[in-house]
Unconditional design. Sequence first.
Length: 126
Amino acid sequence: MLNIPKQIEYWVRSAEEDFEVGSNLIKAGRTRHGMFFIHLAMEKILKACVCKNQKKTPPKIHNLINLYELAGLEKNTERQDALGALNRFCLEGRYPEQWPAIPDKKEAQRYLKMAEQLAKWLKKQL
């Protein structure tokens, strides 16, 4: 039987580590790599929400909006738009032929702040 609390703890702890790595990379000017880790952190927090609300292992997907919906979280255009904006950083890291413009440090810090606010709200849902 799946130990849901242990799964949630794993996803949250791992997300916190990825947030730290992403933040440090952004501070060092490695924005593309930093934003990839920020996306990864958001993905893991959302997977914790899926675990909690669906009582099962989350699927192996990376789309933040799809994970938000799978978690059964309240529909909110602002949050979903923010997740959509962060989604592009998964593609940047995984599929270089689809790279959009690399964010400058100021833009990356804006995305980081947005992700931190979202993560704070998501953790409250746990």
